[in-house]
Design a protein around this ligand. Structure first.
Ligand code: GRF
Length: 250
């Protein structure tokens, strides 16, 4: 029997993956046989008013919002150095980050890269102020549509070599990283699609793979069919990967 782990969750939208995880933790009392050894302590969102927040509240889970769009908008008037976390070190973050690669760096000015990293660190510090008030074993990104910079990741992954942030991606990585995995899979003409749960490292969708599930794409499938088939697989895969993590924790 695995230890019951404490999980925090971050979302951006509808939260159907969050719902699958809530159900699997037994919070909804109706699927006890599939119960995983995890309890959800909070759900945070970068987006106010999304359905996933209602799902969490209904299950009695604490919620919070860090409004990224608002923060980024206010930074566009000029980043107030007073808002930057006191332990933010641009040189260190630039050296570690793998979000802006040599390809993208050629079209992004140094100022834009630094604006990106500073504005995200301001938002990430606000996330951390909420998250670090809880004692979590694992942070689960359940449709959280923001990349995380090394500033944030290093404050969760405090033991070298031990990953503590998990993400679900709507494609069979390493194919089709980025924001539209199912769309990219469909447009490429793939006959098989899938989803991947992986740990988060400094790159975009590059961390170690924990689990994958695939499905057939039929000749007459539309993009909506692909998304529907994919989500059904995601709802099975994510709880199973969280359970795998719980079983690995002594
Ligand atoms: C999922 O397809 C997930 O793979 C992607 O965003 C979507 C979130 O869906 N990262 P939901 O909010 O869990 O319904």
């Amino acid at each position: 029997m695995a230890k019951t782990i404490n999980v925090g969750t971050l979302i951006s939208g509808g939260g159907t993956n969050l719902q699958a995880i809530i159900d699997a933790t037994g919070s909804s009392e109706d699927r006890m046989e599939d119960k995983i050894d995890a309890r959800i302590l909070f759900t945070g969102s970068d987006n106010p008013g999304v359905k996933g927040l209602d799902r969490a509240q209904k299950a009695g889970i604490d919620t919070f919002v860090v409004d990224y769009a608002e923060i980024i908008k206010s930074c566009k008037q000029g980043v107030d150095p007073g808002l930057l976390p006191h332990d933010f070190d641009m040189e260190e973050i630039l050296e570690k980050q793998q979000l802006v690669t040599s390809d993208t760096a050629s079209v992004m000015s140094k100022d834009r890269i630094e604006f990106f990293l500073k504005s995200r660190a301001i938002a990430e510090k606000k996330l951390l102020d909420h998250i670090l008030a809880y004692d979590i074993d694992l942070l689960v990104l359940a449709g959280f549509m923001r990349v995380l910079t090394p500033y944030f990741i290093d404050r969760l992954n405090t033991v070298p070599g031990q990953y503590r942030i998990m993400n679900i991606h709507p494609a069979l990585l390493p194919s089709f990283p980025g924001t539209d995995g199912y769309g990219d899979t469909f447009r490429y003409g793939c006959k098989v699609g899938g989803c991947t749960v992986h740990f988060v490292d400094y790159g975009e969708d590059t961390g170690p793979i924990i689990g994958q599930k695939s499905f057939e794409i039929e000749a007459d499938d539309t993009l909506d069919d692909v998304k529907r088939k994919g989500l059904v697989k995601e709802w099975e895969l994510y709880p199973a990967c969280i359970q795998k993590f719980a079983e690995s924790v002594r």
